[in-house]
Design a protein around this ligand. Structure first.
Ligand code: NAD
Length: 453
């Protein structure tokens, strides 16, 4: 059994069966058996099933949000927002089965046409930081394109994925189309990556594990999409609305306790604005509500585990001085206060590695070229922001930053309708928006001869 721990109390909140290789193979076999019938479901009928699933998830959203908030230690308001996105994601991709268009291409001697075919069984491996929402980014386009799915959630947070399987069956998804296995990555995840009957792996997790997955998948030439780590820059120019930038900066790092691949954990501030920015930032960090995930006013909960807290703490006291510390409760729970290190050099360990905890580095810069150089001086390329009132400069810098997503005068990264993914070692492929469907289909080219010879 897997003992599922509630990070805010350190108590076991549930026990679920631990899957191994045998259960993984059984799930793949069930998905393989279900594939021919699922791909043959008429597009409108497949769309209707996905809409019914979205409605069932919406009906269960309150309970799912509570489960996620307790299991992942995230504020209930955030968990509700995530469940709304899960519902929106299934609704959005319910529109896909009837819109997976091919092309006709002028050729000699006949008619040439393309089709978007499903891949077969897709293996989805997801992390513990946004458990159900990240699963939905993969499950919804995967099913919409006519694939069958084996989903392996993170061991620490399997509960909402198991609920998704139950809700989907109740909503009319045929048996075997979606299979959830809760078990260790090194056993079940590894088996999915190696399994000859799995056509594709969609993985979200650390860059380190992602490297192993890319190597493992190469043995059977699987399609692979990877959403990996980040070390995103929040670039704040002196001509920005500093009050707005400073008020928004804490949650751009500390939301989800900093356990966010899009965390803007490197705050690059133009040197002439550093003092004004730091005093605004201090006020905002000190005012944060850190505590019980189920409380309506909470903005930041605990870290996911004691191990994670140990790893996060190792970044403090290394190179850079602690400039600001926010609040954190005492007692049980894997708490760690929101912490700002300043001034930090971009070569310091805390500025180079993905901390995945509530630690922000403030790095001063002089002028636009240095801002771009520093923002790009990282192996990662997932997300980022530019704050300035100069529109042309905002667009120049946004285009020059080597990341998959950049926001101007905003710290948002993810929308159901727009592509999301990484440059460099932050990943391969795109999720969400229309782009995700390319990664769950193969292009088939068919030529029909109309002339002799
Ligand atoms: P992780 O890499 O440790 O685990 C992710 C998943 O992979 C889990 O389900 C785990 O069981 C599984 N896994 C572990 N070893 C495996 C193996 N050898 N073979 C197959 N599967 C294996 O990541 P995590 O600690 O759960 O999540 C944190 C990481 O995820 C961070 O690096 C974060 O940046 C990244 N992340 C990225 C995105 C994104 O969209 N780019 C989103 C969220 C999280």
């Amino acid at each position: 059994m897997i003992a599922v721990v509630e990070p805010a109390t350190e108590q076991v909140m549930a026990e679920v069966p631990r899957a191994g290789v045998e259960e993984t193979d059984a799930a793949v076999a069930a998905a393989k058996a279900a594939f021919p019938a699922w791909r043959a479901v008429a597009p409108g009928d497949r769309a209707a099933i996905l809409r019914a699933l979205a409605a069932a998830l919406e009906a269960n959203a309150g309970e799912l949000a509570k489960l996620e908030a307790r299991n992942a230690g995230k504020p209930i308001r955030d968990a509700r927002g995530e469940m709304a996105m899960v519902v929106e994601c299934f609704r959005y991709y319910a529109g896909a089965p009837e819109r997976l268009l091919g092309r006709t291409i002028p050729v000699a001697g006949g008619v040439d046409m393309t089709f978007r075919e499903p891949l077969g069984v897709v293996g989805l491996i997801t992390p513990w930081n946004f458990p159900l929402v990240i699963a939905s980014w993969k499950v919804a386009p995967g099913l919409a394109a006519g694939n069958t799915v084996v989903l392996k959630p993170a061991e620490l947070t399997p509960l909402t994925a198991l609920e998704l399987e139950r809700i989907a069956l109740d909503a009319g998804l045929p048996k075997g189309v979606l299979n959830v296995i809760a078990g260790p990555g090194s056993v079940c995840g590894k088996r999915l990556v190696e399994h000859p009957d799995v056509a594709k792996i969609a993985f979200t997790g650390s860059t380190e594990v992602g490297r192993g997955i890319a190597a493992g998948a190469a043995q059977t030439i699987k399609r692979v999409t990877l959403e990996l780590g980040g070390k995103s820059a929040n670039v704040i120019f002196a001509d920005a609305d500093l009050g707005a930038a400073a008020a928004a900066a804490p949650l751009a790092v500390f939301a989800n306790s900093g356990q966010d691949c899009c965390a803007r954990s490197r705050i690059l501030v133009e040197r002439s604005a550093t003092d004004a920015f730091m005093s605004e930032l201090e006020r905002a960090v000190k005012a944060m509500h850190v505590g019980d995930p189920l409380s309506e006013e909470t903005e930041m909960g605990p870290l996911i585990s004691a191990d994670q807290r140990r790893a996060v703490a190792s970044y403090v006291g290394d190179d850079a001085p602690v400039a600001i510390r926010g609040p954190a409760p005492d007692g049980p729970g894997f708490w760690y206060p929101p912490t700002v290190l300043a001034p930090v050099s971009n070569s310091d360990r805390a500025a180079r590695e993905e901390v995945f905890g509530p630690i922000a580095c403030v790095i001063p810069f002089d002028g636009e070229p240095e801002a771009i150089t520093l923002a790009n001086d990282t192996i990662y390329g997932l997300s980022g922001s530019v704050w300035t009132r100069d529109g042309a400069k905002a667009l120049r810098v946004a285009r020059a930053i080597e990341t998959g997503v950049v926001s101007i005068n905003s710290n948002t990264s993810v929308r159901v309708t727009t592509p999301f993914g990484g440059f460099k070692q932050s990943g391969v492929g795109r999720e969400l928006g229309p782009d995700a469907l390319d990664h769950y289909t193969e292009v088939k080219n068919v030529f029909y001869a109309t002339e002799e010879g």
